[in-house]
Ligand binder design. Structure first.
Ligand SMILES: Cc1ncc(COP(=O)(O)O)c(C=O)c1O
Length: 398
């Protein structure tokens, strides 16, 4: 490490610790620039990024098409609100709806995952005239009041006290537990189709079908929180409509994270039926649909398409699963596409730390035995080899 790099590292860390609230446990990396699946630290070290900054960097870091679109938009107009029309917004909405399952025909843009979920729940209440929301144990939906009240995972709900009333908890994968709660005061059932933070938990395809049928039977709106699973992460644009979910399409899909390749943006995609209940001024947010974010959305979707990233995710996932068979300490691989939970026989945190020593960034979860991978969708077989070889060496050394 060069002396000036060391100074920069220490100075940046000490400044952040002094001036930023200490709400995050950080890795000792000063991220300086990114390129594809790599993050370069200010001391010149290069890290393989299998975490994507919380599943955000789907197109890889600084994808040239996305960067160009943002720069061009920045030169023209940084922002104007929804009081005017905008070509950037029109194109983004058209593109996003065009890749969504057919019945999801309209978009509402906001700024984050939690905000998308707040608006989805509000739309369900407006559509049904009912108040209660059923969500599932292990799901994570965000940290604003309604979303955190819907989050039955670890300590999160406690952090949001006093909770918004009317949130009911069912058991993920157990349709009878949802059925027992789903009376005519329930507006929505919301679920994270693959529960990422809980350790990458999936249900059987028949569960998603049964939830859809329950909603249809009792006039309840079905919301998929696809903040993590959406925009290609599972090797398909959405979990909605996928084989893993028995082809089920919900009434509302919420999105954020990957949608803008790192420019903050969230969205709700809704059916005509839901849209018909939402009137002028029912929803709103100053920055939603801003031009920079909209340019980033269109370019993100184009980059995924043009680089055939969905196909890449499927091929490379299969390769990773095959290679992981070499490591007997990995007892199970959960999830789909590039939302994977590697279950170890023992705690995953020491593995996470040992990988970091080898300059590989992975994630943990609320399941202590699960190492989470949420890499950019352009990750290749070569980098899988780097990862699996490092993993093999370090489990042997432990
Ligand atoms: C499934 C899911 N929903 C909602 C959120 C909240 O998104 P945001 O942090 O953008 O508010 C997250 C964030 O991790 C998430 O994983």
């Amino acid at each position: 490490m060069k002396p000036e790099a060391a100074t920069n590292l220490e100075e940046v860390i000490s400044l952040e610790e002094r001036y930023q609230l200490a709400t995050y446990k950080k890795m000792p990396i000063v991220a300086d620039r990114g390129d594809g699946v790599w993050i370069y630290a200010s001391n010149g070290e290069r890290y393989l990024d299998l975490y994507g900054g919380h599943a955000v960097a789907a197109t890889g870091h600084c994808h040239s098409h996305v960067v160009k679109a943002i720069k061009e938009q920045a030169d023209k107009l940084l922002f104007y609100s929804n009081l005017v029309y905008s070509e950037a917004r029109a194109r983004a909405a058209e593109k996003l709806v065009s890749i969504a399952p057919d019945v999801l025909t309209k978009a509402f843009f906001c700024n984050s995952g939690t905000e998308a979920n707040e608006n989805a729940m509000r739309m369900a209440r407006m559509t049904t005239g009912r108040n209660k929301i059923i969500t599932f144990s292990g799901g994570f939906h965000g940290r604003t009041a309604d979303a955190i009240s819907a989050t039955f995972l670890g300590k999160y709900r406690e952090l949001g006290k006093p909770n918004v009333p009317g949130h009911l908890q069912a058991e993920f994968g157990d349709i009878n537990s949802a059925r027992a709660l789903a009376d005519d005061s329930v507006a929505a059932i919301m679920l994270e189709p693959i529960q990422s933070m809980a350790g990458v938990r999936m249900a059987e395809p028949s569960f998603y079908r049964a939830v859809r049928e329950l909603c249809d039977e009792r006039g309840i709106i079905l919301i998929y929180d696809e903040v993590q699973t959406g925009i290609g992460r599972t090797g398909e644009w959405f979990f909605a409509g996928s084989e893993a979910g028995d082809g089920v399409v919900p009434d509302i899909v919420t999105l954020a994270k990957a949608l803008g390749s790192g420019i903050p943006v969230g969205a709700c995609l809704v059916t005509e039926k839901v849209a018909s209940h939402i009137k002028e001024n029912d929803l709103g947010t100053t920055f939603g649909g801003g031009m920079i974010a909209m340019a980033a959305v269109t370019a993100t979707l184009e980059a995924i398409e043009e680089d055939d990233m969905l196909e890449n995710v499927r091929t490379v996932e299969a390769y990773l699963r095959a290679r992981l068979k070499e490591i007997e300490q990995v007892v199970n691989v959960r999830g789909r596409g590039f939302l994977l939970g590697l279950e170890f026989a023992d705690a995953a945190r020491p593995i996470h730390e040992a990988l970091l020593d080898r300059r590989i960034i992975a994630g943990t979860s609320s399941d202590a035995k699960v190492l989470r991978l949420l890499p950019p969708l352009c990750l290749g077989k070569e980098e899988i080899d780097l990862f699996v070889d490092a993993l093999r060496q370090l489990v042997r050394a432990q």
